[in-house]
Design a protein around this ligand. Structure first.
Ligand code: A4P
Ligand code: MG
Length: 178
């Protein structure tokens, strides 16, 4: 659900302009390098301390076989539900900073290769955004069981814009594969 009104507009403690509208957003977390559990725990903690962001629920963290052509170790994956007064772009910028702070180095890694931490903004209320550096809903969300399984656990019936289907329907459509 989106568009929930709270009576406040102004600068949050992040210094960014926060609106009076709260959005339900879902963040997918992945890690397959280093101490995966510790990294994910720290990432969720850092998300919870962002100004204008409240963590509502976290899925179970599951171990998943790596998807893609690159040979790499298994991932831990999960999804976090937040409510935020930030704009999608500001939330993503904060997530990219958390990734960097927890050791992710995009200069040395391959696309879809191993990473200490991947934070993807997969859903941002009912918004559809397709801009350089920001696509929401995440364009591969509906193909990825490592995203859909934890999303189904905490939000089985939300409507995913563009696909116009629920996580439960999308997971059933890929038969748990992908
Ligand atoms: N960007 C645009 N939109 C978004 C968004 N909604 N959320 C831009 C996050 N980032 C977004 O991101 C590259 C750029 O995408 C960012 O700078 C941002 O501006 P990235 O995280 O470096 O890209 P990526 O993660 O390599 O690619 P992508 O497309 O997110 O792929 P996936 O699907 O995350 O694949 N196997 C298992 N089992 N578990 C995994 O978690 N992950 C991948 C990565 C491959 N195989 C996996 C897993
Ligand atoms: Mg990513």
């Amino acid at each position: 659900m989106t568009g929930f009104f709270i009576a406040r507009t102004g600068l949050g403690n992040s210094g960014r302009l926060e609106s009076s509208v709260t959005h339900d957003a879902y963040i997918a977390i992945g890690s397959n390098l280093g101490d995966r559990h510790a990294t994910i725990t720290r990432a969720v903690h850092e998300i919870s301390t962002l100004g204008g962001v409240s963590v509502i629920e976290q899925s179970t963290i599951i171990e998943t076989p790596p998807v893609g052509d690159i040979e790499q170790g298994p991932y831990l994956n999960g999804v976090v539900h937040v409510q935020t007064t930030l704009a999608a772009r500001d939330l993503l910028d904060s997530l990219l900073k958390i990734e960097a702070g927890l050791g992710r180095d995009r200069d040395t890694e391959k696309r879809w290769g191993p990473r200490t931490l991947d934070l993807d903004l997969i859903v941002f209320g009912d918004q559809v955004i397709d801009e350089p550096g920001l696509q929401v809903p995440h364009p591969r969300l509906h193909e990825r069981s490592f995203v859909l399984i934890p999303l189904v656990e905490i939000a089985p019936e939300i409507l995913i814009p563009v696909q116009n289907e629920t996580p439960r329907q999308l997971l059933r459509a890929i038969g748990g594969a992908g």
